[in-house]
Design a protein around this ligand. Sequence first.
Ligand code: AQP
Length: 338
Amino acid sequence: MTIPRHPRVLSGVQPTGDLHLGNYLGALVKFTRLQHEMETFIFVADLHAITQWQDPKKLKSQVREIAAAYLASGLDPKIATIFPQSAVPEHAELAWVFNCVARLGWLDRMTQFKDKAGKHKERESVGLYTYPVLQAADILIYKATHVPVGEDQKQHLELTRDIAQKFNHDFEVPDFFPLPEAVVEGPGARIMSLRDGSSKMSKSDPSDYSRINLTDDADTILQKVRKARTDPEPLPDTLEELKARPEAQNLVGIYAALDGRTSAEVLAEFAGVGFGTFKPRLADLAVAKLSPIGEAMRRYMSDPAEIDRILAAGAARAREVAAPTLAEVKSIVGYWAG
Ligand code: AQP
């Protein structure tokens, strides 16, 4: 018999650069919606960030920037628990146990490691390889049931479920960890580069014109949308016809996600319209939605002490939930100190 679970949301973003439209539509928008529906824990993933080199002089301020983006996009610290991952050591302690539960073959299948490591995987950190194991610990230390993420994280969520299932089975504690679900839906789940409709919009893309950053001013957003790669055809009538045109499909998807509509509804309005007309409309919509967030981020960033206060309070609350789970795990595993 499966025990009904207390629904709980957990997710996070790495402080590895400017947040972009993909992070916003794939993750942040869902965080702010779900905080009204379930108990919500949102962290800044500084442990994950150092799997690739980060300047130690800048990391703390990068963490504050992500926290500012959370607050600016509507996360309310009175409702949601917002905290830095490094302030809750239980994540890393549980990750060690999970390193001993997860199998090498499972990690070998992770496509994000292959994408990030490219041809030189032997030069990457071991942390980058075991990143999804830490991610499983991030989620399961809170026994979270719902994980709002972009589509690129779906495979890692499957791994989290595999780890939870194997732990529950091997230690004979059925239902100890829940099998969490990825919350991945809508046209914002996979936003592609503005320069190449076949690769995802990403912080690490060397071209700034590939993405719209949350801190871009109105002029920059207009320029980036104007220069976005497209084809010469007008927009079609159906989603089926759009499929073969990845750049056009991406811009329609962005419009739909920003406007809270489906791509089909956007096509119903713009079928037969060329990009000369569609792009300015998209740029106006992006400016209207993103400019207030950029302004609010700047406002929050001007008061780092207030951000630190919110993060410290969030960390204390997160530890209240994480510590008892870790204590139970230590006892289940049979640690001397358990
Ligand atoms: N292009 C995207 N479309 C939709 N969602 C996306 N996410 C990332 N890119 C897109 C979602 O944003 C959340 C936070 O991501 P992260 O900070 O963990 O970094 P990432 O997944 O590695 O994304 P980036 O921004 O592309 O960084 P780099 O360039 O370092 O890889 C996640 O929920 C993710 O799904």
